[in-house]
Design a protein around this ligand. Structure first.
Ligand SMILES: [Ca+2]
Ligand SMILES: [Ca+2]
Length: 255
């Protein structure tokens, strides 16, 4: 079910804390948390913060999460700046279940692109990882048919045909651009979605920077309005929420 909501954005740029580009990030810190931080910073900002506020640590969960992507530029050594710049990636809720999935683009050997090296023998391909919602991902590249061809560079996502499912466009080095149209599942077994067109009243006509918060049943999602995608790419400026089997949102806030 397609729901397009045209909204007038009256307060673009209002300060909001706790926003995170990954839509499944937990909501902003509690008021109690903010109060404690404010009290610390009022007396001695730097020293108090370091002494009394717990800091996060990082763990490499790449393998545990199921993401096994290896980028290749196709040759045994770098011979041009184009190869050295790497390739794009994009977060895309390709199945509209409210969980952001990951699409990453790889280079590969393309005869004639460079002339000082040899193929590295790696069968590189682009990859699509479906978010399982429990911190792990499943490689659905083959099933979805998005392995791609050519030396991938920039990638961007957007619903160019307004069928509610996000499509993918890849720019390649030395080749043509590739448009991957998402074919929605059959009616009755597909998920629902909400696409929003923001309209600023004075400047910033697309409402870039606005923070949107949507709640639909057990799905609680955040999006910062932006058309930015991977490497040198710009996509659909309209915020898009996958709603799973929910046919409407319970709450939508635009900050
Ligand atoms: Ca998803
Ligand atoms: Ca589409």
């Amino acid at each position: 079910m397609l729901i397009i909501a045209a909204m007038t954005l009256l307060a673009v740029g209002l300060k909001v804390t706790g926003q995170n580009p990954a839509r499944t990030t937990p909501p902003p810190a509690s008021k109690a948390g903010h109060s404690a931080a404010a009290a610390n910073s009022a007396s001695n900002p730097a020293r108090q913060t370091a002494a009394s506020v717990a800091l996060p640590t990082f763990e490499d969960v790449t393998e545990k999460s199921g993401i096994n992507f290896r980028h290749s530029f196709g040759e045994q050594k770098l011979s041009s700046i184009m190869e050295a710049t790497g390739s794009g990636c994009a977060w895309i809720d390709y199945n509209n279940d409210g969980l952001l999935d990951l699409y990453v683009v790889s280079g590969r050997y393309v005869d004639g692109v460079t002339k000082f090296s040899k193929p590295d023998g790696v069968e590189a391909t682009n990859h699509l990882y479906r978010n399982n919602g429990d911190g792990t991902f499943t490689d659905v590249t083959e099933q979805a048919g998005v392995g791609g061809k050519g030396f991938g560079m920039g990638v961007t996502v957007g619903d160019y045909d307004n069928d509610g499912y996000m499509d993918i466009f890849i720019v390649t080095l030395g080749g043509k651009g590739i448009l991957l149209h998402a074919r929605p599942p059959a009616a009755g077994v597909r998920n629902h979605w909400l696409t929003i067109k923001l309209v600023g009243t004075k400047s910033n006509r697309d409402g870039f920077g606005a923070r949107l918060e949507a709640v639909a049943g057990d799905l609680h999602q955040y999006i910062e309005a932006s058309a930015e995608n991977g490497y040198l790419s710009q996509g659909d400026p309209r915020p898009h929420f996958g709603l799973g089997q929910h046919t409407e949102v319970d709450k939508l806030l635009i900050h």
